[in-house]
Design a binder for this molecule. Sequence first.
Ligand SMILES: [Zn+2]
Length: 480
Amino acid sequence: MRILFFLFFISSSLLMGQQPLHQKLYESFSDYKEPLITHRRFKHADIEQVLNQFREKDWLSIKAVGKSVEGRNINLVSLGNGPVQVLLWSQMHGDEPTATMALMDILHFFDGTDKTFEPLRKQLLKELSIHILPMLNPDGAERYQRRNALNVDLNRDALRLQNPETRLLKRMRDSLDAAWGFNLHDQNRYYGAGLTNENASVSFLAPAYNYEKEVNEVRGNAMRLIVVMNEMLQAYIPNKVAKYSDDFEPRAFGDNMQKWGSSTILIESGGLKNDREKQELRKLHFVMLLGAFEAIANGRYKSKSKFDYEAIPFNESNHFHDLLLRNIQLEKRGKDYTLDVAIRYAEIEYDRHSKFYLKANIKDIGDLSIVHGYEEQDMSSYKASSGKVHPKTFKSMSKLKKKKLKKLLKDGYTTFRVKEIPEERLWLNKPYALLLPKQNIENSVQIGGNPSLIFSQKGKVKKILINGQLYDIDDGTLKF
Ligand SMILES: [Zn+2]
């Protein structure tokens, strides 16, 4: 018994000492996080400002290697003196910024002087030459849109190369003869990781290089490295990793990079509950990219099997919604119906693409038992009906006292006309809806609609739905 206990003690302390690299990186992330970047709608000027901190450093070089359609500099950041050329490009789609944030954090990691990671830094800089094109589409980022200033999807221009941004990317790949390519994107929040009740927070692809979807060594290596990254991610977002179908897209960069001889990995950052600004996903990118560099440097990826890549579930589009209200009991023309309602929140921008508010809209109605929501509620014990519009026009909402407002909500009034209000203040996270004097709303359940609904039990209002948020009317936390 004593011997068993002793063995247990020894093995557990051995395990403690063998804390995996990804875990050490995860725990140290805050030491390297770039403080200037705090949300997704940063612009080219912000990235320039971040890079300015590094321009005098001797362990890297920052060169403006090209210009966007509107003349913004596109930078190449290079570090390391190793024989293996690794090329990463982010934000080729302007509204897909998660990896750009992590790449800035990674620069701070290499700038670090702590003892813990000194051996890793030395190893990476000795074995690899890392080349980063952060924010390949700065004009798109300025407008927080997918396409560039010519309104072209740069990821469909790998063959024709009609845009300065795509010509630059091709030129960089060719001049470096990159062994590895990281094609860094964001996908929408609504993919499932297979047909499960997990959403896809990160999705991968080792793109095909021909219609036959053959696997040569170049593509096989990309698959094996994805297996390494997936194993790391499972520790933080278990079952929330997916892979794209590998249908060949002859115009896309990933597919062509693979064809041109660079082992290419597409990484798509998806949604994660309570992480709309993707700061947790930024952290996971930091971990998995540095982990991938290590696996390339020491060749660890070679022992992985492409069958473990094949085993990653497929990315299932439209498998998720923001809010799913199940079994809503709705009456229409004197008859009762049971319906599920799926709601999504659109980001409506203002202040020159730097801010947004969320506006709910109904995406689907009916039997939605096979799809899921970031939030879900069973509404079967309530009777649903449309919220009423109050007949008066108020000068402002501050004229309505909290007590009075609660009474009106209990009487079924959800929607109030106010004299004047800026558009972005129409949809605040408040338990009442606002209308401008001339606006009208039906508050009915229909595709694309954003109705205010009331949910009652025995004739008493219990819950209300306003702008896709469900409020409990008797809950003391109701904030006006
Ligand atoms: Zn993209």
